[in-house]
Design a protein around this ligand. Structure first.
Ligand code: SF4
Length: 721
């Protein structure tokens, strides 16, 4: 066995669990990953992504020098570069000057509404903070967003409305103190593997009882006391029927309702119609199971709810999350160890990117942009003249894509995201990117979206830079530089600071808003000046482990459990609910419901995982099709099917499996060759602006003559792009 030159402790770059990794380094190369037994989140356990997925850093597809497109790209005629031959290498000065020149020119010509950017849940807190600061302080726009819009935006809006805080209320490890817990809209085994281990241990060692509510027969069902297999998009009637039972059988906690909540009477009246019979007729779940689930949850000493994207990714995602919040309010199952409302965050730093202000309606710390006091606070910190920051709420991800074109968004700067893969209705997204006047990409790889860019700025990977991530249960942890970045790739925070200085000089604004950071620790301290929850975060404090925000002072120990005495908004707010069906339901022509999601071996838009050895484990898209449907349509396992929605078609291999229900197909969204988001609907939740990834209508048929040829697009092949 090799003897390492050094072992560097850091945090996993994949999912939001935030496991501790020990990177074993030899000759400036990571060759092995372990985790110490005493690690705070994962106790030495790692999933396949954390243990083996690091080798995307060494992919031959990695871009290591700044690139500029050879051919000038014109709005409406912009094309996707098919190979590296369409780019030329450039110096950092030339590439950064081009970015600053073109962005400044478009801003000065067309104003702040022409500017749009996507920040990145894979990047550090410090980098997300800088990205939004550039767009707010220099370009005076709030068209600032990242992929939280595409995952938990519905949960965030509902929790803000009801509680005044959108984070998980309890540490995930609190599941060991649950007597009963609900898992809904979360295939936890594949999306948050280490949390699923903790859930299984709570059941097997402590006797906790699990209720799974999900359209698919996920692996956690094997550990469940109750399984409610609902039709996709029926969460509001199902969970409201549980509330109905709790109300009718007087299983609620009157003292908690009286002392900690408001709006109860109006809410209770709205629950009258949600009888178990009504919920059964919509969700397909046996009314007796709904009654049992309500009694089990309400009767527990300590109960908690864990959910993921199956709840918010709907046109009524806010109402879905609200129906869960009501259960906790009714029963008082919040504010104590072993209870809580826990939206499991997907990306490694989606919580931190949101905390850092990479969102269109909020400055860092969820401070709304259209509040005078908040705007004045950040004008002070960023040395912007009084009244200089834009008070108008910005556009969200999907709105930014929709607004690209003359009179709308003319320029984009995208750090680490891949909207052609991650936005719904991918053909429309491609068309929109063709209309841009200028596009700057900053990433490790040229992905499906960056193919449209004018300039590519090569970034350092997570193990090649310093910073912090905030995991799903609010633990701020240090990310440490373990190896050198290849070629001239640089940390995102350094690139952003250089871009900002160049833009500031061109705008002739005083160079005092501060971009001269010598270390990212200075950036998080600046953020803490405006965000009380981060005011006590210092890098030296994180050397011995993470701190759970809120950390309001430099000697505060952190806050693992929220809402013990009150909610940030004061009392918890009940909201009356109505059931609204999904925007697009099956009909005679498009007779199947498509629902999308993740698999264990891949992650996000697939940019990183497809460049790693994880791709060897799961290298093609598979569509789950129920055996009854397979028999009816004449499909056998492994055959190719053509799947079409009103927005496009893909060809994909069929996996005949009982995990889905008859009439429902499931497709993971990582695969460029069979991109699920060509099919998905870009209808959005009116409040959270999150697209309805979880339900759309499709047809499934035998392919015509143009069957899939099995080859990956050039930019996804393992060799050089
Ligand atoms: Fe990484 Fe998540 Fe796996 Fe932990 S559970 S090793 S954080 S991908």
């Amino acid at each position: 066995m090799l003897t390492p030159d050094k072992i560097t402790s850091t945090v996993c770059p994949f999912c939001g669990v935030g496991c501790t990794l020990e990177l074993h380094i030899k000759d400036n190369t990571i060759y092995r990953v372990t985790s110490p037994h005493g690690s705070p989140v994962n106790h030495g356990n790692l999933c396949v992504k954390g243990r083996f997925g690091y080798d995307f850093l060494y992919s031959p597809r990695r871009v290591t020098k700044p690139l500029i497109r050879k051919e000038k790209q014109l709005p409406g005629k912009r094309t996707a570069a098919a190979s590296l031959n369409e780019w030329r290498e450039a110096s950092w000065d030339e590439a950064l000057d081009l970015v600053a020149d073109r962005l400044t020119e478009i801003y000065q010509k067309s104003g702040s509404d022409a500017m749009g950017m996507f920040s990145c849940a894979k990047a550090t807190n410090e980098e997300n903070y800088l990205m939004q600061k550039i767009y707010r302080a220099l370009f005076r726009t709030n068209n600032v967003d990242h992929c939280t819009r595409l995952c938990h935006a519905g949960s965030v809006v509902a929790l803000q409305m009801a509680v005044g805080s959108s984070a998980m209320s309890n540490p995930a490890a609190d599941v060991q103190f649950n007597d009963v817990f609900i898992v809904t809209g979360s295939n936890t085994t594949e999306t948050h593997p280490i949390i699923s281990l903790q859930m299984k241990a709570a059941i097997e060692k402590n006797g906790a009882k699990l209720i799974v509510v999900d359209p698919r027969r996920i692996e956690m069902v094997n550990y469940a006391t109750l399984f409610l297999q609902q039709k996709p998009g029926t969460d509001v009637p199902l969970f409201s029927a549980m509330a109905h039972v709790i109300l009718k059988e007087k299983l609620y906690n009157r003292q908690f309702i009286d002392e900690r909540t408001e709006g109860f009477d109006e809410f209770a009246a709205s629950m009258e119609k949600f009888t178990p019979e009504y919920a059964e007729s919509i969700s397909g779940v046996d009314r007796q199971l709904i009654i049992q689930a309500a009694r089990m949850y309400a009767g527990a000493k300590n109960a908690a709810i864990y959910w993921a994207l199956g709840i918010p990714e709907h046109t009524h995602g806010v109402e879905n999350a609200m129906s869960l919040i009501h259960l906790a309010f009714l029963t008082g199952q919040i504010g104590r160890t072993g209870t809580g409302l826990n939206p499991l965050r997907g990306q490694n730093n989606v919580q931190g990117a949101s905390d850092s202000g990479a969102m269109p309606w909020h400055y860092p710390g969820y401070q709304v942009v259209d509040n005078e006091e908040n705007a004045a606070r950040w004008e002070g910190i960023w040395n912007v003249e009084a009244g200089g920051l834009n008070r108008k709420r910005g556009l969200t991800n999907t709105e930014i894509v929709g607004a690209i074109g003359p009179g709308g968004i003319l320029s984009m700067y995208i750090m680490g995201e891949n909207p052609v893969m991650s936005e719904p209705n991918a053909n429309h997204t491609r068309h929109q990117f063709e209309q841009l006047e200028f596009y700057a990409a900053q990433d490790l790889f040229i992905n499906e979206t960056h193919q449209y860019a004018d300039v590519f700025l090569p970034a350092a990977g997570w193990a090649e830079k310093d910073g912090t991530f905030t995991n799903t249960d609010r633990l701020v942890q240090r990310v440490r530089r373990a190896v050198d970045a290849p070629g001239s790739a640089r940390p995102d925070w350094m690139i952003l600071a250089d871009v900002a200085q160049r833009i500031e000089a061109r705008l002739k604004r005083p160079q005092s808003s501060g971009w001269n950071y010598s270390h990212p620790g200075e950036i998080i301290e600046e953020m803490g000046r405006g965000v009380p929850d981060y005011a006590g975060i210092r890098y030296q404090r994180l050397e011995s482990g993470g701190l759970a925000v809120p950390v309001p002072t430099v000697d505060h120990p952190g806050t693992p459990v929220l809402f013990e005495k009150s909610f940030p908004r004061g009392r918890g707010m009940f909201h009356p609910l109505e059931y609204k069906p999904p925007a697009e339901l099956p009909d005679d022509e498009y007779s199947f419901t498509l629902t999308t999601g993740r698999v264990l071996e891949h992650w996000h838009g697939g940019t990183l995982s497809s460049a790693s050895s994880l791709d060897d484990l799961y290298n093609q898209a598979l569509m789950e099709l129920h055996p009854q449907d397979a028999a009816r349509l004449g499909f056998t396992d492994g055959e190719i099917a053509r799947v079409s929605s009103r927005r496009g078609s893909i060809e994909i291999r069929v996996k005949v499996v009982e995990r889905t229900s008859p009439g429902v197909v499931f497709i993971p969204f990582f695969f460029a060759r069979a991109a699920a988001n060509i099919l998905t609907n870009d209808a959005i939740d009116p409040r959270a602006k999150i697209p309805e990834y979880k339900v759309c209508a499709v047809k499934v048929e035998k392919p015509g003559s143009s069957t899939e040829d099995g080859r990956l697009p050039a930019y996804r092949q393992r060799g050089r792009y």
